[in-house]
Design a binder for this molecule. Sequence first.
Ligand code: GLY
Length: 393
Amino acid sequence: MKRYLLSVFTLVTMSAVAQTPIDVDKEFAFATQQYERMLQTHPDTTKFPQSTNPDGSIRDMKSDWWCSGFFGGSLWFIYERTKNPTWKDAAQKWTMAVAKEQYNTGTHDLGFMIYCPFGNGYKLTKNEAYVPIMLTGAKSLSTRFDPKVGLIKSWNKFQEYSYPVIIDNMMNLEFLFWAARKSGNKEFQNIAITHADNTLRNHFRPDYSSYHVICYNPDGTVAAKKTAQGAADGSAWARGQAWGLYGYTVMYRETKDKKYLDQARHIADFYLNHPNLPADKIPYWDFNAPNIPNEERDASAGAIAASALLELSTYGGPSAKTYYQSAVQMLQSLAGPAYKATLGENNNFILKHSVGHKPGKSEVDTPLIYADYYYLEGLLRYDALRKKHGAKS
Ligand code: GLY
C-alpha cells in the first residue's frame, strides 16, 4: 500500500512538472557544477562513472564496458556549450582514456565507446590524432559483420544461440557512415545499410515495436526472437524502442532513403501513442512491465527518445510538430525535480531514475551515465531548434 501511494504521488508530481520551461543555460550551468564534482571524485581515468551501487556508492566501470565513451562525450557537450578550455582539457583526457578500445573486437558497442567521445571531440576540435583511432575502431566493429548473416553480431553468445543481434546495435551505424566518408571505403557504409535493412525486416512486430534480441542461424534466417533486458520476449522494452527510433532517424540522415524515415516515424508513433506512456512522457522501463503503474521509470529511454524526436522533427511530415512538442515535454520533465538531481547528490550524475537491466536486478532506479549524455545532447538540439519554433526559453 505504501509503495502504491508513493507511486501515485510520484506520478502526480511527475505529471505536474511537465510544464516547467527549459532554460538551457541554467541546465548547462547545473551540469557544469555537477560534473566539476564528478571530475574531482574521479582522478583515475581507468574508472569511468557509470551509475550508483545498491549501497549508494558510486559505480565505476573499466574502459571495456559499453558505457565508457559517455563521460567523455558528455564533457564534450559541456565544452560545446561553454567554450571553456578547462572542459576541453577534461574531455580530451577522458576521450583518450578509451583509446585502447579501438582494438576491441569482442564487442559491438564501439559506436558508443569510440564514436561518442572521439566523434564529438573531432567535430569540435578537428584533432587529427583522433582519426586513426576512430578508423581502427570502425574496422574492429566491422569484423563482427558476417556477410552470410548480413548483420553485425552483438554478443558472442546468448542462451544457446551464437549469433544474437540486439536492437541497440542500430546505434553503431552512425560511426560506420562517418568511417566510410572519412576513409573513402564504402564497405563501412554497405555494412551499415545491410544491417539496418535486416534489422528492419526481422526485429519489428506489426505494431512497429521491436524485440530486444534476434538470434540468427549461420545462413541469416531467424532462429529465435527473445529479450535480455525487457519484461518478456514479446514486450516492448522502453530503451530498445528509443534505440530503434534514434537508429532509423540516423539512417535517414545518412542515406535520405525514405523507408528509414517511415520506420522512424512508425516507431515514434508507437512510442508516443502507447497507452502506458505516462503523462510526463518518460516511460516505464518496459511498456509492458507487469505491474504498471508500480514500475520504475527509465529516464535514459526518455532522454534518448527526446534527442531522436528532435532530429526526426526536422524532417517534416504531418507529425513533425508533435515530435518536437513531445520531445520538449520529455526534456521539461527530465529538467524538473522528479528526475533531476540537486547539486552534489546522486553521485554527481545529472539525472535520477533510470533502469539498466531490471531482469538482471542491475542498475534499477539509478542514475546512468548515458541518460546524462543523451539529455545533454537533447538540450543542445533543442536550443538549436527552439527559435524556429518560437520558443522563448
Ligand atoms: N545494452 C545496452 C542498453 O542497456 O541499452
